[in-house]
Design a protein around this ligand. Structure first.
Ligand SMILES: *Cc1c(COP(=O)(O)O)cnc(C)c1O
Length: 395
């Protein structure tokens, strides 16, 4: 057994209850410890738990699980993805500078541009598909390079290894938002990234029923500093949501593999459709980040974006599609169609948006678990109506 190497698919299922010797019942699920405080048996020596903000057994099972899945040593669970991300930024101090991808998630953009400057933490945006652009943005006080790959909504790819090398040569930390890939398909700590962050609201939980965030580190000192911030700032994940997330993680591989396979078929279908101007999906060999993504990830994932000619055609398409929900978010069992210009990137000025490819005709699609032939048939009928409309108005 000593050379037995467990696959990640197995770890997803068994990690939460591994070594849980204090569970005397044999329960196959981690108990939900709904207790804010813990009795201390001994006047002088306290037990492993005292108060649930500082530590809760259900949350801890989740934290150990994500640490194991990412190949880290310390996992921490937060009340949302943004709570994990903003807590991680608190590793910085006044006077520090961040180099961050210009394609960053909207909530991260808001925190970095609206909140951190009030605490004396500055930033520069750069095109993270271009390593020279990142290099040029580094200043003497840069302490952090912040990566998101694939990025949202145009699925831009950053070369993780190259950025880690650059960061090390400038004595900077690297954070990476791994929400779109999860540890099943991309393991940034193995490539030298310092802190991996997740919106576990998405693929990890998978059922659109929890808001949760995770952070993972490999370095003990960094892990302790982040745990100190988790306890000091207090944006922890509750025990019930920790349980839901553990259950979601167990089925990640079957869900994500099926969705990713469907996404590939849908991306191919859309690429051949006359009305679709462009398809953004890192699994297409025409995608500029195709080779880089293949080197650092084992799947293209289950999110794609596509550009229709204009807003009215996108509107017609959304109004006539039947299966997906029209909503923000991604990574659920239900397919989710969203309109970035009005949803995730509504706060961005139009010119800025269009420069990044986020036109009024751009739609993002997170592929769920419905039958893929049904999804394609649904796309077909809705695109057909949109095409007729385009002919009628002659645009
Ligand atoms: C949703 C999302 C977040 C924010 O997570 P919440 O759980 O909504 O706070 C951060 N990064 C990415 C890439 C996301 O998709």
């Amino acid at each position: 057994m000593s050379d037995f190497k467990e696959s990640l698919e197995t770890s997803l299922v068994v990690a939460s209850t591994r070594g849980n010797s204090e569970i005397k019942t044999g329960a196959v699920n981690v108990p939900i410890y709904l207790s804010s405080t813990f009795h201390q048996e001994n006047f002088d020596n306290f037990g492993p738990y005292d108060y649930s903000r500082s530590g809760n057994p259900t949350r801890e099972a989740l934290e150990k699980t994500i640490a194991e899945l990412e190949g880290g040593t310390r996992g921490l669970a937060f009340a949302s993805g943004i709570a994990a991300i903003s807590s991680a930024f608190m590793l910085l101090s006044s006077g520090d500078h961040i180099v961050i991808t210009e394609d960053v998630y909207g909530g991260t953009f808001r925190f970095v541009t609206e909140v951190l400057p009030r605490f004396g933490i500055e930033h520069s945006f750069a095109d993270f598909t271009d390593i020279d652009a990142i290099t040029r943005a580094i200043q003497p006080n840069t302490k952090l390079i912040y990566i998101e790959t694939p990025s949202n909504p145009c699925l831009g790819i950053t070369d993780i290894h190259a950025v880690v090398e650059l960061a090390k040569s400038h004595d900077c930390l690297t954070f990476l938002d791994n929400t779109f890939m999860t540890p099943l398909y991309q393991r940034p700590l193995d490539l030298g990234v310092d802190v991996v962050l997740h919106s576990a609201t998405k693929f990890l939980s998978g059922h659109s029923d929890v808001i949760a965030g995770l952070a993972v580190t490999k370095d003990d000192d960094l892990g302790n500093r982040l745990a100190f911030i988790q306890n000091s700032f207090g944006a922890i994940l509750g025990a019930q949501d920790s349980f839901s997330l553990i259950q979601g993680i167990k089925t990640l591989s079957v869900r994500f593999e099926k969705s990713a396979e469907s996404a590939r078929k849908i991306a191919n279908y859309l690429s051949g459709h006359d009305l679709v101007e462009k398809v953004y999906f890192p699994g297409l060999s025409t995608h500029p980040g195709f080779d880089t993504h293949n080197r650092q990830s084992s799947s293209a994932g289950a999110v794609l974006s596509f550009r229709l000619p204009n807003r009215s055609i996108a509107k017609s398409f959304v109004e006539n599609i039947r299966i997906p929900v029209f909503a923000v978010s991604l990574g659920g069992v239900e397919s989710i169609l969203s309109h970035p210009a009005q949803m995730s990137h509504a706060a961005m000025p139009k010119a800025e948006r269009e420069k990044r490819g986020i036109t009024d005709g751009l739609l993002r699609f997170s592929v769920g678990l419905e039958n893929v032939d049904d999804l394609i048939a649904d796309f077909e009928q809705s695109l057909e109506i949109a095409s007729k409309q385009q002919e009628k108005v002659g645009i």
